[in-house]
Design a protein around this ligand. Structure first.
Ligand SMILES: NC(=O)c1ccc[n+]([C@@H]2O[C@H](COP(=O)([O-])OP(=O)(O)OC[C@H]3O[C@@H](n4cnc5c(N)ncnc54)[C@H](O)[C@@H]3O)[C@@H](O)[C@H]2O)c1
Ligand SMILES: [Mg+2]
Length: 281
């Protein structure tokens, strides 16, 4: 494989030396190591910026797709590898220099750290903890949208943990800040590494509000809209069949995050729990 890559780089006038910039992202069931390499096709500042994208697409018989758009096409194994590769390569690109000495840092072979040769400080890749919460009032769930989301798309509430904060406090603060609700109970669901905007560890939980305390006060500095949705509305949206919702004098089909996003899994889990709880005993 290294030979194939060397020959590909050679065709584009690149030195095989760049292969040393690759990072380890996993291994196959047969214990073959998988590495990722940034060819810098999107970066004008990159030292490999001379590689022309269309020619590379022709050579590889494929086409480059923006990572967020690829979310709708990838399976979970490929997406996990790609997310790790993107997050790790970007971390290396952003940590080229020691913040104490200003000297260039050096990557270890696997790419699991960088060291400053002058003062031996070790830098490790980091993930920011982010809580994601699906709030329910017993029969409806609360979904919200930011103006940057695709039209009609609603997701669970989310937010970065502040320094010194535990997950429970971050959840209660985010829900209070974004929609003005007080939570009664919390239940952990699952977690996911998410490469946007930088590397985050998404910690997903279900939550319920106190009975009768369901009035939303949308924080318009953080959200464009938030609303309670019924089980039926969510089921229809999961099937990709709308319904249409009114948004700033326009109607758009109500949609949910893609399957690979943990928000989708939380919403699906809530729908399944609702279906079970409505079955006759
Ligand atoms: N995988 C999923 O299903 C899913 C679903 C929803 C959101 N998310 C991710 O969760 C992240 C957080 O959600 P949010 O945007 O509502 O967060 P948020 O409510 O905390 O608001 C974002 C703001 O927080 C500030 N901030 C604080 N710490 C930060 C940090 N470490 N990095 C970047 N900004 C920081 C910035 O000002 C930023 O604009 C989003 O970036 C999004 O990619 C993932
Ligand atoms: Mg938020």
């Amino acid at each position: 494989m290294t030979k194939e890559l060397e020959s590909l780089l050679g065709k584009f006038g690149q030195d095989a030396q760049v292969i040393e910039d690759s990072v380890l992202i996993g291994c196959s069931d047969q214990h073959e190591a998988w590495f990722a390499l940034d060819l810098g096709l999107n970066s004008s500042s990159s030292m490999y910026a001379s590689i022309p994208k269309p020619e590379m697409e022709t050579e590889l018989r494929g086409s480059f797709v923006e990572l967020r758009k690829a979310l709708f096409k990838l399976n979970s194994m490929d997406s996990s590898l790609l997310f790790t590769a993107q997050a790790l390569l970007r971390w290396h690109d952003n940590h080229q220099f020691c913040s104490r000495s200003g000297q260039p840092t050096k990557k270890n072979m696997a790419g699991s750290k960088r060291v400053c040769p002058s003062n031996k400080i070790i830098y490790y890749p980091q993930m920011a903890p982010v809580v994601i919460i699906l709030v329910s009032d017993g029969s409806r769930c609360l979904l919200a949208r930011q103006s940057s989301f695709p039209k009609g798309l609603y997701s669970a509430l989310a937010g970065f943990c502040d320094i010194g904060e535990c997950i429970e406090d971050a959840i209660r603060r985010e829900v209070a800040e974004e929609v003005g609700l007080e939570l009664e109970s919390l239940q952990y669901s699952a977690s996911q590494h998410w490469p946007f905007p930088n590397s985050s560890l998404m910690i997903a939980c279900h939550a319920t509000v106190k009975p009768g305390h369901t009035e939303i006060q949308v924080n318009l500095r953080e959200l464009e809209a938030a609303a309670w949705f019924s089980h039926d509305e969510v089921v229809t949206a999961l099937r990709g069949e709308g319904p249409y919702i009114q948004q700033q004098n326009k109607t758009s089909p109500f949609s949910l995050p893609p399957k690979l996003a943990i928000a989708h899994q939380l919403i699906k889990e809530w729908v399944e729990k609702q279906a079970c709880s409505s079955l006759p005993a």
